[in-house]
Design a protein around this ligand. Structure first.
Ligand code: ZN
Length: 393
């Protein structure tokens, strides 16, 4: 390409991208240091939570390409030019985790990557943004004095408007707890796992369903006894018509109260069914009792069919049903997808994950806050630490 036409091409390109060019062919292109590289690998799929609001749950990767620390001061999530969420330094310090670690920090040490776990809640009536961008203000210890504060934008992504699958509940009855559900708990949502050459968050919307007895206890009797747990042995129901993609059986029940050691990733879900719901949606039902599963790969199942009984197999510390929806039949090498349960009744809430963990450890009653009257919720994803009656109630 000749020099003149190359100059023209470059100028046109920058005009299109709104970078300043002079009128007579010589570009005045600004260059700015962007020591943090921002990337979104999996665009958020907007969904309605049981709070009635639309949530955008996703991760932004931050790579610190500098020779010193990057101390994040604040981050704005910008939707179509307007700030839709602001995270101050404290909020960032709770939501930013160095890749591969579980402890969060607002500081990226030199040459490292961290993952920002976001839960952007749109105010009622706010349209879903067509584009999301992230403006990050940080202090860089390696930059020259007076130039250590840098603001940059990046991580552009477009929300994925694929249909959210509508399902029925995987359990039936009262006083279920939606433990470690979306969107601010630090377990499933932050289970960013390096599998098959990339990082997946397959369990982004997983729930560990537990059940309370009439005295609001998770178990009554010896902690290590499976039958002490209210939920143990409850039927698990197919959430929609589908086909069995994976059926794992033959794994023993674990003794409640302690996590098993040396579990392979193939055995982590315990006795489990992965059901192909169609439309690239797969439901994972994990930790069931081996002898309760009589399905095999390729079997058709109908919505509401009993597919197994709640157990404590695999990587599990107490009997519960782990349930999530994802993009493939691989329980970990998949993108976690939101779903909406057709109807359920929220009768209360626990004081939070810490209180739940304590009740699970000690067998003491949870200080449940009852909702009067209960809220009947339709076509929504149950959020974290709610007390829920699942149809028919
Ligand atoms: Zn789980």
């Amino acid at each position: 390409m000749q020099s003149a036409s190359r100059t023209f091409f470059v100028c046109v390109l920058f005009l299109i991208t709104a970078v300043d060019c002079s009128r007579f062919g010589r570009c005045q292109v600004s260059q700015e240091m962007t020591p943090l590289l921002l990337t979104v690998h999996d665009a958020p799929v907007p969904f309605k939570g049981s709070d009635g609001l639309v949530h955008l749950v996703y991760e932004v990767w931050l790579a610190n390409i500098s020779s010193g620390e990057a101390d994040i001061q604040d981050i704005d999530v910008i939707g179509d030019g307007a700030v839709v969420q602001r995270l101050d330094a404290t909020a960032v310090s709770h939501r930013l985790q160095p890749a591969g670690l579980r402890e969060s920090s607002a500081v990226l040490t030199r040459g490292t990557q961290s993952i920002l776990f976001l839960n952007v809640i749109l105010p009622n009536g706010t349209p879903i943004p067509k584009q999301l961008l992230h403006r990050v203000k940080a202090h860089y210890s390696a930059a020259p004095p007076g130039r250590q504060e840098i603001v940059e934008s990046g991580g552009a992504t477009t929300p994925d408007l694929q249909p959210v699958v509508r399902i029925s509940a995987p359990l039936r009855g009262d006083r279920y707890v939606s433990a470690d559900s979306c969107c601010d708990s630090t377990r499933h949502m932050r289970a960013a796992m390096p599998i098959n050459g990339r990082v997946y968050v397959a369990q982004r919307y997983a729930v560990d369903w537990e059940q309370l007895d009439v005295d609001n206890r998770i178990y009554a009797g010896p902690r290590e006894k499976l039958e002490s747990y209210t939920i143990f042995g409850k039927p698990v129901y197919a959430v929609a018509d589908g086909v069995v993609a994976v059926a794992v059986t033959g794994l023993p029940e674990q003794t409640p109260g302690k996590y098993p050691t040396n579990i392979s990733i193939e055995e982590a879900d315990g006795n489990a069914i992965i059901e192909d719901l169609g439309g690239h949606h797969f439901a994972c039902y994990a930790h069931m009792q081996s002898s309760s599963i009589h399905l095999h790969r390729g079997d058709k199942v109908k919505a509401g069919q009993v597919i197994g009984l709640v157990g404590n197999s695999g990587n599990s510390v107490a009997p519960h049903l782990h349930f999530h929806v994802m993009s493939s039949e691989l329980s970990l090498a998949s993108n976690g997808l939101p779903y909406q349960i057709d109807a359920f009744k929220v009768t209360g809430a626990t004081p939070g994950t810490e209180a739940f963990d304590e009740a699970e450890e000690k067998g003491t009653p949870l200080a449940v806050k009852a909702f009067s009257p209960p809220h009947v919720v339709e076509d929504s994803l149950p959020l974290d630490q709610l007390i829920i009656s699942l149809t028919p109630w």
